[in-house]
Design a protein around this ligand. Sequence first.
Ligand SMILES: Nc1ncnc2c1ncn2[C@@H]1O[C@H](COP(=O)(O)OP(=O)(O)OP(=O)(O)O)[C@@H](O)[C@H]1O
Ligand SMILES: [Mg+2]
Length: 270
Amino acid sequence: MIKHVDNPVLEVHDLTVSYDRKPVLWDIDLTLPAGKLIGIVGPNGAGKSTLIKSVMGLTPNSSGYVKLFDKDLKQVRDRISYVPQRESVDWDFPASALDVVLMGRYGKLGLFKRPRKADRDIALDSLQKVGMDAYAGRQISQLSGGQQQRVFLARALAQQADLYFMDEPFAGVDAATEKAIIEILREMSAKGNTVIVVHHDLQSVTQYFDWVILLNMRLVGSGPTSEVFTTELLQETYGGKLTLLSDVGDLIRRERFPNREQFDKAQKPK
Ligand SMILES: Nc1ncnc2c1ncn2[C@@H]1O[C@H](COP(=O)(O)OP(=O)(O)OP(=O)(O)O)[C@@H](O)[C@H]1O
Ligand SMILES: [Mg+2]
């Protein structure tokens, strides 16, 4: 199930990405609608991070093309925010949490301009949204892993972009913070922003996302969660990892067929 949309915020056409001549993403064709909270789901090594990096122009060897807001990346760079997967970030530079969040404002400031009070206010407000305002002055290297992750999310929020890519933003973040952040992302998408999140917890996919992308080197599915997040397509995405999938199967069943009888009827072979 691959649903294509008109006027996409992101269009990926015939994208193939290779590392050392070995393709890790193969012939991806994808269009995504505006104003949705979108999950990218697939096993380790499926190419989820690579897909985002490639869209952000960070992979050297790719063929095909990508359009964002119907334009090339460099024309719309300041409308896009990217939060990399955590382990790929260098945490050793000397900067406070507030400095890191203020970096989110640089694209808006223009060259050589110093942040104004308005920028500081936005940065502080973003820190507050992720519950990190009390740590504004703390060196980033002196924060816990989950706290660092929250600061980087605050930086993305401070950017006030139209399109967000977040690569596993909830890795190492506690449940209460995850909930608070997903609320913020919901609000952002309700305002018309598009938020694309790499996510591993299959249990929360139906709760969190309007739209799901299933990836395993190839694009297995892309569309509204109710149409794409099916046992069948998950099987195709994850292969034979059945113990995991049977749990998810139960979850999907419960959500779609709250009445067990109805479900059994629907399942009967014709
Ligand atoms: N810089 C690189 N050089 C060579 N191979 C790479 C490089 N980065 C990623 N790969 C390979 O490309 C494939 C896809 O990697 P990618 O990081 O996109 O997966 P992922 O879906 O994000 O996985 P995870 O869930 O573990 O984050 C993997 O097989 C990985 O080993
Ligand atoms: Mg990844």
